[in-house]
Every structure is written in structure tokens, then in C-alpha cells.
Design a protein around this ligand. Structure first.
Ligand code: MN
Length: 317
């Protein structure tokens, strides 16, 4: 087992931000809450047991995407300052993705720059739509512009589907199968839709060096890349550019999806340099991910790229 492993989608909870979401904290299982709130001994013990050297910390969902601008701007600043103090307490074990006040895109771009330049953060995590708005709306362009200029990735994390979608698609099964709305399917559709919309919204034409990260081995998109690309190419003006843009701008992590067939599919579509190890701790246990990677039928060189090499390059570690 290597002790160099870097994991990118590892969550914690900021008490002040969490307190703004009525009931979001209480709905979580006690063992999850305990771990989200722990940024010391328990977290480090479980990292050590699995051989994870570095967690890139990000807030869990919900996050600042749910807050309107006047609350989100000072909140994100406070969240990032407190996260910076956490990283400084364990500078060899933790790094960070910023929380951004997306409801004020210009302020969000400024906060991203402050987080990267003054706090040494490695990028930012965005939790779904910003107060209901898809992020490909032109008003959010300042955030993508700044991420590209700073050469840091934006990690698109799942969040709850639109309430109308929940009602129309899932409500009759949600009582017996609450995870259907979330990790089993609803999150995936929501997040994959956001990624497709970023490609269609010409965000990458405007920012040709922009880097986007998706968890869960790409939220099904590597598996569907050929079908999406072929059918969108029936618009002759668009042509075969979906595959080209997806492969040029997107990275995927293994968070919460320790499937060898899905991993091999992602590598075959995106290339070995675009797949990065993550756990999605504390929702998933560290050792499950590390033990799975040990069994994956890849060379040690390729495993090392996934486990830490690609992250070092993408995050400038
Ligand atoms: Mn997650």
C-alpha cells in the first residue's frame, strides 16, 4: 500500500453554514455528522488506516449555492477563512476547495481568487444549481473566467434535483427508497445535466483552458459519451464537438463509485490522465476505496496516476 494517496472529494461541515439550513444537519446519521464535524483525530485516524496521505477538504451539501447574495458573500468568506485554519492545523494532510457565493458571480470570482492566492486553496466546489439557476447562465461566466485564469479546477458536486423533477419523477418511490432522489439516481441526472449544459452553453469556447471535475466516475457521462456525441452531431453546426470538449475539459474522480467496469470505461473514454482517486468520505469509508484500487487490473504506474499523480498535476501540489 502506498502512503501517497490523495483524495479529492472529502467533506467536512462548517457549523455556521450548516446552521443556515433548517434540518439539513439533523437529517444526517450521527456517525456521518460526527465525521463531518471532525477535522482532527478521528478523520486522521481513518485516513491513516487506509493509507490516505492528503484529503482535499470541501464542504458537504448543501453549501453556499443555496444562499442569496447578501448572505452568501460574507458566509463564503467566513467558511473559507475557517477552512484555511483547518488546513493550517495539518498542512501535510489537508488541502482545500473553496466555497463560493455563486448568487453574486463577480463576488464569487473575487472570493475564488482570494482563496487561491491568499489561502492557497486548490480550486472550488460548486454544489449544483445556484438558487435554482443552472450555472451555464451567462451571468455566472465571471466564475469560470477566473477559474481558467487562475488555472484551478471547479468541482461540480451533486445536489438535490429541482423540486418539480422530484415530484414528477421520484415522489411515489421516495418514501420507501429515499436514496433514489439522491445518490442512487437523482443526484446523477442533476449533475450530468449540469455538465452537458456547460458544454452546450459555450462556456468552454470562451474559456479554452477551463478545467471541470465530476465525481462518481463522471456521473454516467463516460459511459454515454458516444451516444450523446452522435446524437448532438445531428445539429451540423455543433458536429462532433461534445466528445472533444468533454475530453478536453473534464476530469472524473472515483468518489462513491468503486466499480472496475465503470473505471475502465472512464479510462477508455477520457484517458488515464483524467481519472483521479476520491472516496466521498464520510459517506463512504476510506478503506473500501483503497482496497478496491489495489484489486483493479491496471499497472502500478497507471494506479499511481489515479491515486496521486494526476491530482498533483491538476492541483499543482
Ligand atoms: Mn460528495
Amino acid at each position: 500500500m502506498t502512503a501517497k494517496i490523495i483524495a479529492l472529494e472529502e467533506h467536512y461541515a462548517d457549523a455556521e453554514l450548516t446552521a443556515t439550513f433548517d434540518g439539513a444537519d439533523a437529517a444526517k446519521a450521527p456517525a456521518i455528522r460526527e465525521r463531518l464535524e471532525d477535522v482532527g483525530a478521528l478523520r486522521l485516524k481513518e485516513m491513516d488506516q487506509a493509507g490516505i496521505m492528503l484529503q482535499v477538504l470541501s464542504h458537504n451539501s448543501p453549501a453556499t449555492q443555496n444562499l442569496e447574495a447578501t448572505r452568501a458573500v460574507p458566509m463564503a468568506r467566513g467558511v473559507n477563512d475557517r477552512l484555511h485554519a483547518i488546513v493550517r492545523s495539518q498542512p501535510t494532510r489537508f488541502a482545500a476547495f473553496a466555497a463560493l457565493p455563486t448568487d453574486d458571480p463577480v463576488a464569487a470570482a473575487e472570493e475564488l481568487e482570494r482563496a487561491v492566492t491568499a489561502l492557497q486553496f486548490k480550486g472550488a466546489m460548486l454544489h449544483g444549481r445556484s438558487r435554482g439557476e443552472w450555472l451555464d447562465h451567462p451571468r455566472f461566466l465571471p466564475i469560470f473566467e477566473r477559474a481558467a485564469a487562475l488555472d484551478v479546477p471547479l468541482y461540480l458536486h451533486p445536489s438535490n434535483p429541482h423540486p418539480d423533477v422530484v415530484r414528477a419523477y421520484y415522489s411515489d418511490y421516495a418514501k420507501d427508497h429515499p436514496m433514489l432522489v439522491r445518490a442512487a439516481w437523482g443526484y446523477t441526472v442533476e449533475t450530468a445535466t449540469q455538465a452537458i449544459r456547460l458544454v452546450l452553453g459555450n462556456v468552454f469556447e470562451k474559456h479554452p483552458t477551463l478545467k471541470i471535475v465530476l465525481g462518481h466516475l463522471g456521473e454516467t457521462l463516460p459511459f454515454l459519451l458516444e451516444r450523446i456525441d452522435e446524437s448532438l452531431s445531428r445539429n451540423p453546426k455543433f458536429g462532433r464537438s461534445f466528445r472533444q470538449k468533454f475530453c478536453r475539459h473534464f476530469y472524473v474522480t472515483t468518489s462513491g463509485n468503486f466499480s472496475t467496469p465503470a473505471l475502465l470505461c472512464s479510462i477508455m473514454e477520457l484517458g488515464i490522465d483524467r481519472v483521479l482517486f476520491s472516496v466521498d468520505w464520510p459517506y463512504i469509508e476510506n478503506d473500501k476505496g483503497v482496497e478496491w484500487m489495489a484489486r483493479v487490473p491496471l499497472s502500478q504506474d497507471d494506479k499511481d496516476k489515479i491515486l496521486f499523480g494526476n491530482a498533483k498535476r491538476l492541483l499543482h501540489l
